[in-house]
Design a protein around this ligand. Sequence first.
Ligand code: SAH
Length: 355
Amino acid sequence: MSLQDHLLARIAQDGPMSVADFMTDCLLHPTDGYYTTRDPLGTQGDFITAPEISQMFGELIGLSLAQSWLDQRHPPNFVLAELGPGRGTLMADLLRATSRVPGFHDAAEIVLLEVSPTLRSIQAQTLKGYDPRWIDSVADLPEAPLFLIANEFFDALPIRQFQRTGNGWRERLIGAEGNALIWGLGPLAEQVALKDRLYDTKDGDVVELCAAAIPVITVIAGRIATHGGAGVIVDYGDWHSQGDTFQALRAHERADPLAVPGQADLTAHVDFEPLALATRAAGCAHSRLTPQGVFLERLGITTRAQTLSAQLDGSKRDDLIAAHRRLTHPEEMGNLFKVLGLYPSPSSPPPGLEP
Ligand code: SAH
């Protein structure tokens, strides 16, 4: 049965489905899910991410986390974790850059949260020699100081969408017409979780909720509050996302999310305010939400780019200059992507971020 048939059968049986259920099936279906079946990254794939654009991204984040580790009196045993490590490129760059920080590697247990068997095996290749361990859930993160990075992980978590009608909300649902998947609206209902969104929306506006993000950030914030550590969360989005940000990307082009189930990457912008509130509720501090370009500039990306480019010439040098621009420029990824840092209350945020 194809994924399309599976979705049609599910709708025939249970009625129209939420965007969250659709995302979960399309991305994570055990045999036909997008992430379960392929390596989606890079020029041959569907999308490209910051660590795949340049080694500088992982290097600078690594040095920021290592500095936090030093500032917190270098705990002798800690967890160095990544959520959704893709090809393992960021972690490899991070580890190379931190190899000169005395004691950092010896004290680190490398733990990776990854759902995709295909990507797990690529990560094992990329990180050969480092002995990482994989987990299925953040609940499996050891009770120890936690230094964590998550780049473009939260945008893959399932969201629900609601359209405002008067002072109530109708959920955007996916149903079927013949063999085609189509959009529809559920019945008008009050939504307690959307009470605060009546102030910044008007009739007809769409808002999104990502319930799955809350238990994830709560565990991470809890570990950091209890044992020390730091978290760097990078994703596209803002304090409040506005409107319909649900999108499908296939071969680097926007696609219709309902047309190619399981064949395209599905994401939504991350709402950082609920992540920040859950962090505080778990007793952990967080930084200001900071644009990626500002964060990387503060960490010295321009100096790093100059050092690297002095060793290059021709098209390699042009590529590096283009990568620097792409990661930092406000019209490219510099402003669309934001960074939230987590840290234990008495210490300071990881370098590059402000309290
Ligand atoms: N961080 C990488 C990859 C981003 S793509 C980079 O920047 O290049 C999203 C990653 O999250 C992939 O590794 C994907 O398999 C993983 N992922 C998506 N949903 C997940 C889930 N629910 N649990 C664990 N991993 C997930």
